[in-house]
Design a protein around this ligand. Structure first.
Ligand code: NAP
Length: 182
């Protein structure tokens, strides 16, 4: 089966996802949800990919990167050598091509697209798009980076791996949602 793209993001009421190179909020349990979903695999012999733009990579504190127990892939138009830490690719199609070749193909369970803006947009428009896991943070935040518009082809759905209902941390409410494309 060809590898599908699983997008995961958290966005504010005004669809903001980032400010000054970081996240606009600090939600420990939401981050744990991100870590769990992007790391867990059904097959103990496989790993997931976390695919991101170069700025998202740059923004991550060095102690957290590469993201542990996942195959890190970074998109950039520059020449960048990240050694053993991450696979560097020039575009989403070239990343998919590389990840679909053996031996990598046989080692990968899911490809998680983890941002930012342009990478989400490319993945939502890709024929390989599979699902969007979007946390709706129920507050307006001043942001400089935004989640791309979600077309009405995307429909809300549910899955046991997505907790239902309103979550709350530090008096900030949010909700886990899941979209598929019809
Ligand atoms: N809330 C969330 O869920 C979430 C998730 C991720 C990130 N963020 C936040 O979002 C901000 C970073 O996101 P961003 O949108 O500014 O940047 P980004 O997407 O992480 O990185 C942009 C860079 O990635 C490369 N790139 C992007 N799309 C590409 C493509 N299709 N092909 C080739 N290269 C591509 C380019 O790198 P070069 O310039 O090197 O060519 C581009 O300048 C930060 O504030 C971060 O904290 C939030």
């Amino acid at each position: 089966m060809p590898l599908g793209l699983y997008l995961i993001a958290a966005a504010s009421e005004n669809m903001g996802i980032g400010v000054n190179g970081g996240l606009p909020w600090r939600l420990k349990n939401e981050m744990a949800y991100f870590t769990k979903l992007t790391t867990q695999t059904k097959s103990p012999d496989k790993k997931n990919v976390v695919l991101m733009g170069r700025k998202t990579w740059d923004c991550m504190p060095k102690k957290y990167r590469p993201l542990r127990d996942r195959i890190n892939v970074v998109l950039t138009n520059q020449y960048l050598d990240l050694g053993d830490e991450a696979i560097v690719c020039k575009s989403l199609p070239s990343a998919l091509e590389k990840l679909s070749q053996p031996p990598l193909k046989d080692q990968i369970e899911r490809i998680w697209v983890i941002g930012g803006s342009g990478v989400y947009k490319a993945a939502m428009e890709s024929p390989s798009f599979h699902r969007l896991y979007l946390t709706r943070v129920k507050k307006y935040f001043e942001c400089d980076t935004f989640f791309p518009p979600i077309s009405n082809e995307f429909k809300l759905t549910s899955d046991p791996e997505v907790p239902e209902g309103i979550q709350e941390e530090d008096r900030l409410q949010y909700e886990f949602t899941l979209y598929e494309k019809c």
